[in-house]
Design a protein around this ligand. Structure first.
Ligand code: B1M
Length: 215
């Protein structure tokens, strides 16, 4: 197989052997972020389709996720970074009950490489933990990620909880993850939250939203 097809196949098949060599060869032809966006994410998309249609079992999805993470970790040091930092601080968490973190961690990489401090508190984070960390680290915005349909309900509850604690004006919220839609966030959730809530389709939109918030 040609190099870039092979990379995509590595994600689908969860094949780590020879991954680093292929990534190094790929970096001679493309920027690391293009490899992530064009090849690795294409592989994860196939994994999602196979899993969703029952053609792939969970342990194999886990292996694919491991290869994805290993690949991103290999590429990350080679990504372009801006020199200016301290543009603002973003808290990132995957919401309660949800373990998916590949997308959230990509947001972390893109946003922190572009001059922001990111406080990434991990997966399955209840709203208490999110707000405690936001307070402790004096963040400028809160980013929540979730891939399960039930996570969209949790996000709504979280926004309500933030209203009732009186912190909505203080924290603009960025939301992302495959189960969300722009309409749901911009209509339903925007109506719920007394502060500013925005939808980010991908990590780059997350960055653009931070730039707009901190301008
Ligand atoms: Co899960 N899983 N999974 N899974 N998994 C999905 C989400 C699913 C759609 C698969 C399917 O059925 N087709 C489905 C959800 C169905 C639903 O809710 N309706 C599903 C399911 C059912 C499950 C389990 C329940 C399976 C089970 O146990 N029976 C279980 C859930 C456990 C739990 O959370 N409690 C489960 C477990 C897992 C693994 C552990 C095996 C693994 C996760 C490993 C990990 O993350 N460490 C996994 C994976 C890998 C997937 C799929 C195949 C791929 C997800 C992924 O990493 N995509 C996924 C299929 C799919 O998404 N269609 C699926 C790549 C990633 C870069 O994309 O996270 O969307 P994504 O991030 C994007 C944007 O969304 C955005 O930026 C990124 C791109 O730049 N973004 C943000 C994300 N967060 C953002 C935050 C922002 C801004 C942008 O600001 C804050």
């Amino acid at each position: 197989l040609p190099l870039f097809e092979r990379l995509e196949k590595r994600i689908v098949e969860g094949e780590l052997n020879g991954l680093d060599d292929d990534l190094d060869a790929a970096m001679a032809e493309k920027k690391p972020l293009e490899i992530v966006n064009e090849n690795l994410l294409a592989g994860m998309k196939v994994v999602g389709e196979l899993f969703g249609s029952g053609q792939m079992q969970l342990p194999f999805v886990l292996q694919s996720a491991e290869v994805m993470k290993t690949a991103v970790a290999h590429l990350e040091p080679h990504m372009e970074k801006t020199d200016n930092d301290g543009k603002g601080r973003l808290l990132l968490a995957t919401v309660k009950g949800d373990v998916h973190d590949i997308g959230k961690n990509l947001v972390d990489i893109i946003v922190s490489n572009n001059g922001y401090d990111v406080v990434n508190i991990g997966i399955k984070q209840p709203i208490n933990a999110i707000l405690d960390a936001a307070e402790e680290h004096r963040v400028d915005a809160i980013g929540m990620s979730g891939l399960l349909v039930k996570s969209t309900v949790i996000m709504k509850d979280n926004l309500r909880e933030m209203n009732s604690r009186g912190v909505a004006e203080k924290y603009p919220v960025l939301l992302g993850g495959a189960a969300l839609t722009r309409t749901f966030v911009e209509n339903d959730l925007d109506e719920v939250y007394e502060g500013d809530v925005r939808y980010a389709k991908d990590a780059f939109e997350g960055l653009r939203l931070m730039d707009r918030l901190m301008a």
